[in-house]
Design a protein around this ligand. Sequence first.
Ligand code: GLN
Length: 211
Amino acid sequence: MYYAIKDALQEEVEMISCDETSLDGFDAALIPGGFSYGDYLRSGAIAKFANIIPALIEFANANKPVLGVCNGFQILTEIGLLPGALQHNKSMSFISQIEPLTVVNNETLFTNLYKKGQHINIPIAHGEGNYYCDDAQLAELKSNNQIVFTYDNNPNGSCADIAGITNQAGNVLGMMPHPERAVETILGSEEGLTLFQSILKSFKGELNRVN
Ligand SMILES: NC(=O)CC[C@H](N)C(=O)O
């Protein structure tokens, strides 16, 4: 994630520890994938208690952009910034492959440079990527246009083929596929770079509006 922003997007980026307690001075928070606390109990269940979490919730509530990828998405559901939960893949095995996705909603600050309905190839690498929410929640996600990405071939059993959702306000995006691993053709796809460019475009648009 760090190198995707620094080298591919060529923007300023700083890595901060989960032991920090403030996000003051940052314009966006990007929570990367991985295995926080070894995925013990459940992915993200222990990360929920990290020192940085209250600051992250405050940051999101202040309408700042928050992106959670893979384990980042799992943490966002655990801390309640996004609805639903990520269960074990239906196959009960870890899946690592490039997946075709559909951009369902291109009117978010994360996706405004994609076309609606565009098919993009983005890698997945997870054991617990099977998105679940109940029917009432799913109806709410649909009616608020919170479903941003769906899988074309649903590799993990996610309900409604969901690969990524936003919160109601639209400033928090969680997604299991890894856009930061698709920022150069040598990686197999550069279609993830568009997501970071979209955040930048929205951010610069906001600045222009304020000035
Ligand atoms: N790439 C990742 O972030 C792995 C996610 C996660 N901890 C899982 O296997 O489900």
